[in-house]
Design a protein around this ligand. Structure first.
Ligand SMILES: NC(=O)c1ccc[n+]([C@@H]2O[C@H](COP(=O)([O-])OP(=O)(O)OC[C@H]3O[C@@H](n4cnc5c(N)ncnc54)[C@H](O)[C@@H]3O)[C@@H](O)[C@H]2O)c1
Length: 355
């Protein structure tokens, strides 16, 4: 297969898991051996087909280093899954804009070197797909990099909650430039929202009348700290709305109230509480904790998304990839049920669904 030439915007914990994952799975040939991956091969592409040709950040301890080193530089704190050989992709200085929130000012050291011409670098390095892994509160920076991707003729993957793929004006610009776009806000492989919805749906399907439920979570790492300051409220609204759709009747639902616990590092603990009534109004309670690690939780879905975008480029498909976005993102341009999104995504890979 040809290489998939990827440029990373934001060399944080997620970028670290993504890059490490391509090395971790490199020599595997059998789906059965690829533990932790939904698909080892997708449309013929394997994770070893990824080539990281450019990377942009603003952290002094990452800018100027090879990507293979920068992913292990502080304040990154996620797990080391494997060793990463030199990638010959130096991390270049991007525009800071709103990339560093108030709560991160004491954690992040902004590099003093001048900003590079990002579009020019993307062109020089033959990047095909720009993957934005900026902090969730970096809305202006997200928009700026999307513009640079357009200028350079690259497809765009927005893993952040900034409104890009769900914004009609951005979608039009990518359609006009004949480039694919997917987003917004990546779903986790095993996220709290999906697990909460599956639990509620199972109870409702079995005739339980759920009256109250909440899901609260705590995490460490820079993204949790940024969320605490800039996106906690909006995330809570989005998650609560999403979880409510799992029940066919009204109940008291609160989902996604996040807090920051520094010693958890990149780990996340999600707590679920459900109360309801079953036969003869007999009470039922469920109390559960999911312990996971944030960055690796993004890896499997990111692998699928990047390969699906490459398939769109191979087929000359431009504009919003509705099936890919509905399958892999929390706020796609067109939302659909989990089953439908999964089916559409598979159909897209087989070439039966156009976008
Ligand atoms: N499982 C997951 O971790 C997961 C799931 C869904 C969505 N996401 C999203 O992925 C994004 C990245 O998450 P993360 O945990 O890697 O965050 P992180 O804080 O570890 O990394 C963000 C990186 O962006 C860099 N950055 C900040 N401003 C910049 C700028 N202007 N230009 C270039 N780089 C800049 C930071 O220095 C840092 O290296 C977030 O928006 C998050 O919401 C993550």
């Amino acid at each position: 297969m040809t290489k998939i030439k990827v440029a990373l915007v934001g060399v944080g914990n997620c970028a670290s898991a993504l890059v490490q994952g391509t090395c971790y799975y490199r020599n595997m040939e059998e789906e059965a051996d690829a533990i932790g991956l939904k698909r080892l091969f997708l449309g013929g592409y394997h994770p070893r087909d990824f080539e990281f040709v450019s990377a942009f950040d603003i952290e002094a301890r990452k800018v100027g280093k090879d990507l293979s080193e920068a992913i292990f530089s502080p304040p990154n704190i996620t797990l080391r899954l494997t060793d990463v050989p030199r990638l010959d992709a130096p991390v270049l200085k991007g525009q800071v804009l709103d990339g560093v929130g108030e709560y991160l000012k004491n954690v992040v050291t902004i590099d003093a070197s001048p900003t590079v011409d990002v579009a020019q670098k993307l062109k020089e390095n033959d990047a095909e797909i720009v993957v934005s892994l900026l902090p969730s509160g970096a809305r202006k920076a997200s928009a700026w990099y999307a513009k640079e991707a357009l200028k350079a003729g690259c497809a765009y993957v927005n893993a952040t909650p900034a409104f890009i793929a769900s914004d009609a004006a951005w979608v039009k610009s990518f359609e006009k430039a004949r480039l694919p776009i997917v987003g917004d806000d990546l779903v986790d492989q095993v996220g709290a929202t999906i697990l909460h919805k599956v639990l509620l749906k199972t109870l409702a399907d079995r005739g339980v009348r759920v009256s109250e439920t909440y899901q609260l979570d705590v995490g460490g790492g820079t993204e949790s700290l940024d969320t605490l300051e800039r996106t906690r409220e909006v995330k809570r609204i989005l998650k609560t709305k999403s979880v409510e759709t799992a029940l066919p009747y009204k109940a008291s639902v609160i989902a996604g109230s996040t807090d920051y616990v520094d010693f958890l590092e990149n780990r996340r603990d999600s707590y679920f509480w459900i109360q309801g009534l079953f036969f003869g109004r007999t009470p039922l309670q469920l109390d559960l904790r999911l312990s996971s690690v944030d960055a690796p939780n993004a890896g499997s879905i990111m692998f699928d998304v990047i390969r699906a975008v490459k398939i769109a480029l191979d087929r000359g498909i431009a504009g919003p990839l509705l099936s890919v976005s509905a399958y892999a993102f929390k706020r796609p341009p067109q939302a659909m049920s989990l089953e439908k999104a999964e089916g559409m995504f598979e159909g897209f890979i087989r070439g039966e669904v156009e976008r």
